[in-house]
Write a protein that binds this ligand. Sequence first.
Ligand code: HEC
Length: 153
Amino acid sequence: MNNLKVSFLILVSLVFLLSVRQSNISKNNELYAVLQTVQDSVKWAAPASANKLINPYEANDENIEIGKRIYRKHCRSCHGKTGDGQGVGAADLLTTVTNFTNPALFEQTDGSMFWKISEGRNEMEPYSNKIDEEDIWLVILYIKTFSSESSKQ
Ligand code: HEC
């Protein structure tokens, strides 16, 4: 299946599950399992051009501290205090929240991550119109500290 088809499948499943939820019928575990398998099988890739975007901020203590404040306000509810993807809001979502303690996630460039945070996917909303570009770059510095591997860089 190509990415477009898979994205479409995710969308259809989401719309269906949301309508099920709204009609107060209890969650259908089998459908959840299918949706999560589809989500896991589709790697979220930013366009190659995103790699050209360079983080203008240095990963120093001061900038990481600012990033932490942004994270607490906008991201912690889903991604969790320790970045494990188990925030209080995560349980209500239909898709799995990305775990930031996984160093493999940070093999991508800051530019790729900037693009994804700006654009969003599924229940991860686009943040381009919610927070300033500067804040997206700063919060990236902070989320990279959740995986000890990437914080060594
Ligand atoms: C409503 C819950 C929610 C909030 C709030 C939220 N996220 Fe997410 N985030 C998700 C979900 C769900 C995914 C997985 C999306 C997918 O794989 O389709 C995700 C994925 C990601 C990814 C993974 C991209 C990749 O490479 O796979 C990054 C980075 C991210 N979020 C950053 C953030 C940042 C930064 C904030 C705050 C500015 C934030 N998120 C706020 C739910 C949330």
